[in-house]
Design a protein around this ligand. Structure first.
Ligand code: FAQ
Length: 324
């Protein structure tokens, strides 16, 4: 309800000006006033996104030493390094909201912070590396293109850069699948098996159905989210089914149908019980992922210490030079 001052009930003048700025499609920058809820939900989403990039390096890292050729190994290494870079842009974007890197890392390690459910599945064959590029990066791009128009400037700018790299990732994955699908019957079977295992989890990447998405309505009003979970999932399905047909692989869903009237593919039910389990770290390799991240953090302690000591030395040298 609007009162005599033109404010919505319960809304302060600051909140109203903030929303008006968003409605004018102007970006919110770190030093602008923002409601605490806006800051918190962004820290949650951006840090979850950053953790996903970093944990997402692990399933692919599993195949670096077993890539089938030197070229494949070089490409895979470059992709994994890109994911590390994406994590860094995103942690930096979250830091502009007063979230500390150490706190975010701690939250990941002690299970308080989520990361994408998709990375709790194992990479059992080389074809899984193709399927990750094709399906996981493919789903990530669909979601992230929408996030390029997010109302928070640092997140939106990070997304623009990340999307460019993700589209290369998606193509390299599809190319691996193409080579396998056109290879020997055994190779084609590997590609089909990977599609069978990654299809359902890829659909879950977009989050729960809109009717069960707790953050959607608030985040859409704040224009953090531009399109709903189901809307983006549908775009991914419509884009990916013809790609599978081109590979002559079958989408593992007996209920998959083309709806002539709506112009969309329709899929069978998604296993939300599995999603709930996997999000809570109960996937096939959930524990292993956190164990590996913790170990990497501990083993990297000396690098952080050395970088800090070096920065301190430079600072002192600079101060000394200024004093002379
Ligand atoms: N996994 O109310 P909603 C990548 C959580 S990057 C885990 O719908 P929201 C690159 C959600 O956080 C992939 N948790 O939430 C790569 C919320 O948590 P709460 C990561 C999930 O935020 C490729 C609760 O459920 N991308 O793959 C998932 O409005 C290859 C309720 O859900 C991003 O993070 C899930 N799948 O919408 C790297 C994109 N879905 O409140 C390496 C940014 C939902 O309990 C190799 N994030 N949850 O703490 C977003 O766009 C949104 O946060 C959504 C969820 C769409 C994920």
């Amino acid at each position: 309800m609007t009162n005599v001052t033109g404010l919505q009930a319960g809304e302060s003048a600051e909140e109203q000006a903030f929303q008006a700025k968003i409605d004018r499609e102007e970006r919110i920058e770190p030093k602008d006033w923002m409601p605490e809820g806006y800051r918190k939900t962004l820290v949650r989403q951006i840090s979850q996104h950053a953790h996903s990039e970093i944990v997402g390096m692990l399933p692919e890292g599993n195949w670096v030493t077993r890539a089938p050729s030197l070229k494949r190994k070089a490409v895979l290494l470059a992709k994994i390094q890109d994911e590390a870079g994406h994590g860094l842009y995103l942690y930096s974007a979250a830091e502009t909201l007063d979230a500390s890197r150490d706190e975010m890392t701690e939250a990941l390690h002690d299970g308080r912070a989520k990361y994408s459910s998709i990375f709790n599945y194992p990479t059992l064959s080389w074809a899984d590396i193709g399927a990750i590029g094709w399906l996981v990066d493919g789903a990530a791009i669909v979601n992230q293109v929408a996030l390029c128009r997010c109302s928070y400037g640092p997140y939106a700018r990070a997304m623009e850069r990340i999307c460019k790299e993700e589209s290369f990732h998606q193509r390299q994955g599809y190319e691996i699948m193409m080579v396998l699908a056109q290879g020997t019957p055994e190779q084609k079977e590997m590609a089909q098996d990977a599609l069978n295992r990654w299809w359902g989890p890829a659909l879950m990447m977009f989050g729960p159905h809109d009717s069960n998405s707790v953050h959607s309505s608030r985040n859409m009003a704040w224009k953090i989210k531009r399109r709903s979970n189901d809307d983006l999932r549908q775009q991914f399905i419509d884009m990916t089914v013809p790609q599978a047909e081109y590979l002559d692989l079958s989408i593992p869903d007996p209920d998959l149908t083309w709806n002539e009237e709506t112009g969309h593919y329709e899929v069978g039910p998604i296993d939300w019980d599995e999603f709930e389990r996997v999000v809570k770290g109960g996937g096939p390799v959930g524990r292993e992922r956190i164990r590996d991240r913790r170990r990497a953090w501990e083993e990297g302690a000396w690098v952080r210490e050395a970088a800090l000591a070096h920065a301190e030395k430079r600072r002192q040298r600079k101060m000394q030079a200024a004093a002379e």
